[in-house]
Design a protein around this ligand. Structure first.
Ligand SMILES: [Zn+2]
Length: 347
């Protein structure tokens, strides 16, 4: 099944996404993924059917196969896991996998208002009217992928630990292991009601434009330690670290992104502020620039007020000095010291 997602790319070109375009014709299509989701440009669509999952609550047995395929960390899923509602057809789960970056570079594929999250989970499903993932992958209505953003929280995420604790067993490329089944629903955000929907593609060659994407608005949290395990454990070819396995956002080319909920573009309400745990990791270069400008302006205003105050104080002081020279024959030194102290205290 993984071959469907990861067609071998010539050596040396594996991480050169530009080279995909010349080798795989679909990768230069006009409905590619991932995308940036501009929350001011999405369309609120109240008729979007809420996602209803079935069979996600797996028991310990049978075990699930976890593989490091050299491109991602992938968990095979049983076909008893399905999306029952949300689309015109039932979609059957095949696998889930992750995209991540490094400690310095957040590695989600989709971005929200140009902000990357540290990582992203994709749960891949295929239309039940097709035999399997491979057959469905090239069909217009073939695939439905659920995407969730992974941020950093204060505590270990016990559900993610079921996968992450096995990473050291599969650090070598093309190795796999078995882990007990568990409730896969818990790898997704608590609320599945708030999501974005658009038509896109596989984010790796052959880039078939056959994916109905659902990107959840609410993120999932793992601890910093857990994210570091994802970023620093797996190896790819030549024993190189497997990281930054995300594709850059692609152009929309006129595609509409629907939202199942109202955003500021439709209500004028401010977007929910990021929590302190995730805020640091959600700052992009552009928002960094904006912050720099804001602090710069604040600093300039402070300096201006300070200068004006100092000027007025000096004016007042010189006037008093002038007056005192005119009216008082003897002026105690304490007066001037007191005035200096006042100036220092107020400033
Ligand atoms: Zn993916």
């Amino acid at each position: 099944m993984k071959e469907c997602y990861y067609t071998p790319i010539p050596e040396g070109e594996k991480h050169d996404q530009d080279s995909w375009l010349s080798v795989f014709e679909h990768c230069s299509g006009k409905a590619q993924s991932p995308i940036n989701i501009d929350t001011y440009k999405v369309f609120y669509e109240p008729k979007l059917t809420p996602i209803k999952l079935e069979g996600y609550d797996l028991t310990g047995s049978p075990a699930l196969t976890l593989i490091n395929n050299g491109h991602t960390l992938q968990l095979s899923l049983p076909n008893s896991m399905r999306i029952m509602r949300g689309f015109d057809h039932v979609y059957v789960a095949a696998q889930l996998h992750f995209h991540w970056g490094t400690k310095e570079v957040p590695g989600s594929e989709h971005t929200i208002d140009h902000v990357h999250f540290p990582a992203e989970i994709h749960v891949v499903h295929y239309n039940s009217k097709y035999v399997d993932l491979i057959e469905a992958a090239s069909k217009a209505d073939g695939l439905a992928v659920l995407g969730g953003f992974i941020g950093i929280g204060l505590h270990d995420n016990d559900n993610y630990e079921k996968i992450l604790s096995a990473l050291t067993d599969i650090s070598i490329e093309e190795s796999d292991t078995e882990i007990p089944g568990f409730n896969v629903r818990h790898l997704l955000p608590d609320s599945l009601d708030r999501f974005y929907r658009y038509n896109g593609s596989l984010t790796t060659p052959p880039c078939f434009q056959t994916v109905s994407w659902t990107v959840f608005n609410d993120s999932i949290r793992v601890s910093r330690r857990q994210l570091a395990a994802l970023e620093d454990t797996l190896k790819t070819e030549h024993n190189k670290l497997l990281s930054k396995n995300f594709r850059a956002p692609q152009l929309l080319h006129g595609r509409k992104v629907l939202a199942s909920f109202q955003t500021e573009s439709t209500t004028g309400k401010a977007r929910e502020a990021p929590t302190p745990e995730t805020q640091d990791y959600k700052i992009t270069e552009s928002s960094g620039h904006i912050l720099a400008i804001i602090f710069g302006v604040l600093f300039a205003v402070t300096m201006l007020v300070f200068s004006m105050y100092t000027y007025l104080q000096q004016k007042k002081y010189s006037k008093l000095k002038k007056d005192s020279k005119q009216n008082v024959v003897y002026k105690p030194a304490a007066v001037e010291e007191g005035m200096d102290q006042t100036t220092v205290t107020v400033t």
